[in-house]
Design a protein around this ligand. Structure first.
Ligand code: ADP
Ligand code: MG
Length: 325
């Protein structure tokens, strides 16, 4: 199958919202008047971002999900995306699975594939998403002030837990493993929550490299510090809600490490004034997403992670992946 047949078979669909989709030299997008385009790219490389054995349907989902997560962090509404794909060979079953996962998520967010590039090479998937947000209203990393609440959406640490199981460093009973694995392979971009938070959150970021590292970006961009409660964060793991999973995770230090520094969560971390707690909870309800208040911003710079009794835990331990050795 040649390049053009492959594109026609798997990726060309009639344009819906955009004036021109796949097939010409450029795609055309038409953001509504008064809106700004929000644009972001994320690349997934085999061996680095996913295992070669991953289900292609989940891979198609994840490749778009990590991009939609960036739109979510800005509070943008998805419009369309570009897909640049390098493939070692054309495996039809793989292509079908990949396209199914990709378009299921795209359709759920009314985000259309408008173009891309296809070439032979080591498996590599690069997506660029386009969204729109009212001019001047995008959620940024730089908007936090001292004395605000820090929140996270959904679940943290499960993707990292699954990775540790894949690496043979940890064992989980089947139900717990499937749950953690789904969080790693098919993350949920929090698009509805991000949009609901426009005008409510003062800053936001999506969590791809681990809460502690990513939260630091907000603190640096906003010129504030923060205190977060390690055990509130550790309580955000989805597996804890699953009886077998909870029973298999007795070590607090390991749970803390997964949830604080794990990575691949694709949740949102955001700040909002303490006076707006009810507004934040309404945004969560409206978008059918859970949120947890994990700490507060401070005028003193730096990030302090508090353990039992509010005693600070040594920071270096959660600065990144090193903790897992
Ligand atoms: P050009 O030679 O102008 O770069 P191509 O031959 O690469 O164009 O692509 C032909 C058309 O197919 C273009 O509209 C391009 O956007 C689209 N396309 C190529 N690869 C993909 C893909 N993986 N997904 C969606 N559209 C694609
Ligand atoms: Mg081309």
């Amino acid at each position: 199958m040649g390049e053009f047949e492959l594109i026609a078979r798997y990726f060309k669909r009639p344009a819906r919202r955009s004036p021109l989709g796949v097939g010409d030299d450029c795609a055309l997008l038409a953001p509504a008047p008064g809106m700004q385009l929000a644009v972001s790219s994320d690349m997934l490389v085999e061996g680095r971002h996913f295992l070669s054995t991953v289900d292609p349907e989940r891979l198609g989902h994840k490749a778009l999900a990590v991009n939609l997560s960036d739109l979510a962090a800005c509070g943008a509404r998805p419009l369309g995306f570009m897909l640049a794909l390098a493939l070692p060979s054309v495996d039809e079953a793989w292509m079908q699975g990949f396209a199914r996962g990709l378009f299921a998520l795209a359709d759920a967010h009314d985000c259309e594939l408008v173009g891309g590039d296809t070439t032979r090479g080591p498996l590599n998937i690069c997506i660029t998403v386009f969204g729109e947000v009212p001019a001047g209203a995008a959620l940024l990393r730089s908007g936090a002030s001292a004395g605000e609440d820090i929140w996270v959406s959904g679940n943290l640490g499960d993707a990292r837990l699954a990775l540790e199981v894949f690496r043979g460093r940890y064992a989980l009973p089947p139900a717990g493993f499937e749950l953690a694995r789904a969080r790693m392979e098919a993350p949920t971009p929090r698009v509805a929550l991000g949009r609901a938070l426009l005008g409510v959150a003062t800053s936001a970021i999506d969590l791809s490299d681990g809460l502690v590292g990513d939260l630091r970006h907000i603190l640096e961009a906003s010129g504030v510090g923060a205190e977060i409660e390690a055990d509130v964060v550790a309580g955000c793991m989805a597996v804890l809600a699953e009886p077998e999973g909870a029973a298999a995770l007795p070590e607090l230090a390991f749970r803390r490490a997964c949830a604080l520094a794990g990575g691949d969560d694709y949740e949102l971390a955001f700040t909002a004034p303490a006076a707006d707690r009810d507004r934040v909870r309404r945004c969560a309800l409206e978008s059918n997403t859970t949120v947890t208040r994990i700490g507060w911003t401070t005028s003193a710079p730096g990030l302090r992670i508090l353990g039992e009794g509010g005693v600070e835990i040594e920071k270096a331990r959660f600065s990144g992946f090193d903790h897992f050795g």
